[in-house]
Design a protein around this ligand. Sequence first.
Ligand code: ATP
Length: 227
Amino acid sequence: MKLIAEHLAVDRGGRRVFAGLGFVLPAGRALVITGANGVGKSTLLRTLAGLVPPSEGLLALEGGDADRSLAEHAHYFGHDSAVKRALTVLENLEFWRDFTAPVRLPGFVGATLAPREILDRLGIGHTADLPAAYLSAGQTRRLALARLFVSPRPLWLMDEPTSALDTASEAQLLAFMNGHLADGGLIITATHSDLALSPAGVLHLAAPTFPIAGDATENITVEEGRS
Ligand SMILES: Nc1ncnc2c1ncn2[C@@H]1O[C@H](COP(=O)(O)OP(=O)(O)OP(=O)(O)O)[C@@H](O)[C@H]1O
C-alpha cells in the first residue's frame, strides 16, 4: 500500500495556496509536514481528508480498497475535535464507531478497541457517562483521539496532534502513532513540535516568494531520513 500525490494544487478563497506538490508515502511510514503559519499545512491535510477539493493533480492510495475513496481510508484528527457536546463521552465514541466503516487491508492490522477500553487507556474512562461538554480541553482532545481506535483505518491525518495535551499524554500519543506505523499504517501530520516518529520523512512547505501561477515545486522540499 502506498499513498501517491502528484502535481497537487489547491486554491482557497480564489487564491492558490500551493502547487506542484508531490510525494509517495509507503505503508509503515510517516510524513511530517512543516512550514510557517499560513503556508498550507492544514489545507494539505484537509485535501487528503476529502474536505477541500484539489484544483489540479492526482491523489491515490495504491493497494487500497478500490470501492472506497481515499478519504474513506483515513481518520482526520484536526484542530477542531468535532465532539458532540450534548452526547455523553461514550455516546460520542459509539456514534463514531457506527458511523465510520472499518478498513482492513492486506498488510494493515489496525488496532480495534472497545469504546470503554480506549477511554480507560487514555485516562478518561471515569468521564464515559458525562456529557462531552463537561470535558476539559485536553480531555476533549483525548476523546477525539479515542476515535482512531474504535474503527481501524490505515491513513491517519493529524493536524497539530499534540495541541492541548500534557506531557504524559503527548508521550502516549507518540507511542500510539509509532504503533500505527508498526501495524502497517500511514501517518501524515502537520506539527510545530519535534515528534520522534520512526520511520518518517519531512515535507517542508515554504511561502512562495512570488505569486504562484502554476508550478511551485521550488517551494516544496521533501527530505527523507528520520528512519
Ligand atoms: N476557508 C478558507 N477560505 C479562504 N482561505 C483560507 C481558508 N482556510 C485557509 N485559508 C488560507 O489558506 C492559507 C493556508 O492556510 P492553512 O490553514 O492551510 O495554513 P497552515 O500552514 O496550516 O497554518 P498554521 O501553521 O497557522 O496552522 C492561508 O493563507 C489561509 O488564510
